[in-house]
Design a binder for this molecule. Structure first.
Ligand SMILES: Cc1cc2nc3c(=O)[nH]c(=O)nc-3n(C[C@H](O)[C@H](O)[C@H](O)COP(=O)(O)OP(=O)(O)OC[C@H]3O[C@@H](n4cnc5c(N)ncnc54)[C@H](O)[C@@H]3O)c2cc1C
Length: 418
């Protein structure tokens, strides 16, 4: 079979690149290889409104059968790419078929890291709608949820479980939730939301074993220190890795993601692009390869690559400031930039028109590196632009402070070192 553009992966990056190619006026054939059998859907609602039962799959499908027809997209469902042969411009599929491409876009995302307890009945990872279905059913049955790993997705699952009136426990081996993602004041604030909502947060705690239990809940999780927690379902959320194992024999450059130039082209392979969570793009001003497993980056890199395929003589680079959001306990949390453990942290607690505001800004060499805000969506676009313009931390602090009726600024550097 011949096809002009072949896209591997039918999630947000894969579908957005196809839609953007058509908007750019690309008229060639487009084929999408999608491992899943159903129509493509978005992931963020899985741990939020889908898990709580407030939305159904059709509410967050990325496209419909009618869209496939109108955009002339050939979606091959239930087909997994198992290898690429760049010299022959071929993709080898699970059922042995090969597909010819002129341009290939790899958008196969990330996969959860496997854990020793994954095979126990009632334990699940959390990346697909099938996995979300298991947890949703158990929440409907009011069975206790235990989450192993206090990252963003695990924290969202616990938050949704509590909102549904179900007991929820998070087990985290680091000293706080979100420990490697953002600074300590912000982590403490988020952890406080969980505790206030009744989530049992067990930090500095690791899992010794997970086993079936004859009791009502069905699973028993044994922890360091001898504590045991019973669960109706266990979500294993210890992180994700770019989904590159299947590319090992392809010769494609991989180092914690597929290495691309600033235009999304895979290094050394002029006809192959990579986008979204599987890709690691060269950042022209930071002069390093970077990747962030965030929805906005997946859609933005898809748009850039569509442009670069459709207009190869007018290629544009991607150098946007990272951005992601999360909902926890009814709070809208947004983060711009990237936090590093060596950054100075400045927390701003404010009030405007009677509403409580909280943000943490991070600084290195006088410039903002990262900003995290709770329920402050009207100020976050300014912060993202300020980061892109390399604004000083003082200007950013002053901006947020001046937008509050009252504000207290806590600067890490003015506190005695511990
Ligand atoms: C539960 C959940 C909640 C999230 N919430 C947020 C949020 O609130 N905010 C935020 O910024 N980000 C969020 N994210 C992250 C965001 O959804 C991801 O960054 C985004 O989905 C990445 O898109 P992608 O298309 O690159 O990869 P993926 O979404 O991982 O999709 C890759 C697709 O490729 C398919 N595939 C893989 N290998 C193959 C193969 N060999 N052949 C064919 N198909 C293949 C997979 O089945 C999958 O459908 C969330 C993620 C999850 C799991």
């Amino acid at each position: 079979m011949e096809s002009s553009v072949v896209v591997i992966g039918g999630s947000v990056a894969g579908i957005r690149v196809c839609q953007a190619l058509r908007s750019e006026g690309f008229m060639g054939e487009i084929t999408i290889l999608s491992e899943e059998l159903g129509l493509p859907y978005d992931l963020p609602p899985l741990s939020k409104t889908y898990l709580s039962g407030d939305q159904e799959r059709t509410d967050f499908q990325l496209l419909s059968d009618a869209d496939l027809v109108s955009l002339k997209l050939n979606l091959m469902r239930g087909v997994t790419a198992i290898a690429i042969n760049p010299r022959e411009r071929q993709v080898v599929c699970s059922e042995g078929r090969t597909i010819q491409y002129k341009t290939l876009v790899i958008a196969c995302g990330a996969r959860p890291i496997a854990a020793p307890w994954d095979k126990v009945e009632g334990v699940t990872q959390f990346r697909t709608i099938g996995e979300a279905n298991l947890v949703r059913r158990r929440i409907e049955q009011k069975r206790a949820v235990v989450v192993i790993g206090g990252g963003f997705i695990g924290s969202e699952v616990a938050s949704t479980a509590r909102a549904c009136g179900v007991p929820a426990t998070i087990i985290e081996r680091q000293p706080t939730l979100l420990y490697t993602a953002i600074g300590p004041k912000f982590c403490t604030y988020i952890q406080g939301l969980h505790v206030a909502a009744g989530v049992t947060v067990l930090c500095n705690t690791s899992v010794e074993s997970v086993a079936k239990d004859a009791g009502r809940d069905g699973i028993i999780v044994s922890l360091s220190g001898g504590r045991k927690v019973s669960a109706g379902v266990v979500v294993s959320g210890i992180g994700v890795r770019p989904n590159t194992a299947w590319l090992e024999t392809s010769g494609i450059p991989i180092n914690q993601g597929i290495l691309c130039d600033e235009f999304g082209g895979v290094l050394g392979f002029p006809d192959i692009y990579a986008i979204g969570d599987v890709s690691l793009w060269f950042h022209p001003s930071r002069m390093i390869h970077t990747s962030y497993g965030h929805w906005t980056r997946a859609t933005e890199t898809a748009g850039v690559v569509a442009h670069n395929i459709a207009r190869p003589k007018e290629k544009i680079p991607y150098n946007a400031v990272p951005f992601f959001w999360t909902w926890q306990h009814g709070k809208f949390i947004q983060v711009v930039g990237r936090w590093s453990a060596t950054d100075r942290e400045i927390a701003i607690k404010g009030e405007t028109h009677g509403k409580v505001k909280f943000a943490a800004l991070y600084e290195n060499q006088g410039k903002i590196t990262c900003g995290a805000a709770v329920d402050w969506p009207d100020k976050v676009p300014w912060l993202r632009a300020a980061h892109a313009q390399n604004k000083s931390i003082d200007e950013c602090v002053e901006y947020l402070r001046s937008n509050c009726d009252h504000a207290v600024v806590e600067d890490q550097s003015s506190q005695p070192a511990k």
